[in-house]
Design a protein around this ligand. Sequence first.
Ligand code: ADP
Ligand code: MG
Length: 613
Amino acid sequence: MGKINILPEHIVNQIAAGEVVERPASVVKELVENSIDAKAKHIKVYIEEFGTKLIEVIDDGSGISKEDGPNVFKLHATSKIAKASDLKAISTYGFRGEAIASIRSSASSIELLSKSESDIDGYSIKADPKEIVFTKKKPPERGAHISVHNLFSTIPARKKFLKTENTENNHIKECIKQFALANPNIHFELFIDSKSVFNFPTTNQLKDRVYDVLGKEIASNLFETTESTHPEISVKAFWGSTSLGKSRNSEQYMFINSRFVTNSTVYSAIAQAYQGFLHKSLKPTFVVFITLNPEKVDVNVHPRKLEVRFSDPKMVFTAVYKSALNTLQRQSKQELTQSFSTNNQGWASTDSIQPTEVPHVSHSLSNTAPHSFTHRTEHKSKIKEALIFTQKLLETAEDSQTSEYGASSGSLDSASIEPFQLFNTYILFERAENLIIIDQHAAAEKIAFEKLLKDYGVQKTKPLLVPEIIELSSKDLDIILANKAEIAQIGIIFEKFGNNSIQVIEIPEILKEIDIQELVDRLINTTGEFDSYYKEYESQSNSPLSHEAYYLIATSACHGSIRAGQKLSVVEMKNIIKDLFDLNNPGNCPHGRPTYYKLEKFEIEKNFKRILN
Ligand code: ADP
Ligand code: MG
């Protein structure tokens, strides 16, 4: 390998520069970070030839003392870290002490003009990769001016990798936008080739800064929220409405303790929260500020400080997820209720309970002797019939105020909706300027799931007047008997009946389509279909149910609800619509499939070329 060389400083710096100075925007970032760390209130950035000719940052911060001036250009020269323990809780943008040294080695020269608070006079210095000399330029009244000349002239290979002028300028603009969002109390100005590009005056309203940086169109579709439910973390955010979803280049800003970063935990929390609201192929728009104890986040994991690591990623995930989800739910509910007609007849209870036809009930009643079935669909219809009959009797007796699904009259008005069933699978109706398409099975499953989950252990069941006998193989019988107590928690009550059957005595109203045999099948052959939803549920819930209980509920909801291919009455459709949109989170069934889909009038009109674009 040859003789070992101790590399001279300018080569060491150039090696470090490879990591820090990726492109002109990285230089802008490092210089602006220094200005903010120096408590500047006004920062001006001048760019010429997309930063390859000149990058100049002028600030009114604390400045650099004359004595320290020459040290700034040396590697590991920093005023921000003095001892190793300081690295544990960094409150400044900079701390590595390598930015200016790296920039120096990548440019033909770098000039510093400064006057610090402690010095009587200012000074000026010029450094090229090899030399540092004091010069005679007129220093500022306060703060620091740093100009970088001919970036990458010392590393022609790097210059070749730069993209077009436009791209590099855009990176610089992005960088200023990021700092501006995180620091509304600082006045930022950006000039590119002598033209003023940005001018963001100081404000103490974050909202105003968001408006200035993102523009009116975007800002008016953002929903602001602040949540600090956990003592260690607070999340302030502007979540973009679904109309801002874009297939690429959507505006996404994520800050952790005022530092713009990318972080997969935060991204996945956001993506999951938007899942039920935004099509998978679209990316949401957001600005999110996460503030947490600096000891809980390691910022020293990336040379350009673009990534961070959390000591408790789950806490961060949950806080961000809840912030986004709560906001989207609130918003979507508001949109939905607003656009339903103001006719306040409400969802009259009589409207919802109309088991107009109860076929074969008399037959079932007259034939109360135990009997067994072998055909599956027969089980299902028998249970349903028995339930409807039971219900009808009880409803008339009690003059109950509750609807078929147990929901009391809510905020939506059914009178204004005229649902229509398509392919015996989808429920269609018009709302505001949209066509809403509901998947009847996914929706019914979701409604049942939420109800069973809510009432777990305290299910309100109604006894079947006609108990249902179900014949099972001895193996299946053992399994269902072993799970009897657990199953009772969701409100399915049964007894062993004879040698090879069970007798179902009570079931929750919501599971009127229940097919016990299918449920038993699924309890035997468990699948992972609900696993990812369980994880999400577990992370949000304070005292989550066990994985087994969740599986049982999800499975029962799936096998106890209206199926695709089933003809529905208008009343049944209205009940589904109402119960679905009464939920806080109507978007997805427990499998993660969407429950409904919105086709905008605008889109339809576009297809008919009534509007062009
Ligand atoms: P770091 O920011 O990691 O400390 P830099 O190489 O970016 O390292 O800067 C080195 C030091 O120079 C800083 O610690 C700070 O003391 C000083 N400095 C740089 N820019 C400025 C500025 N604009 N105003 C005041 N001090 C500055
Ligand atoms: Mg720095």
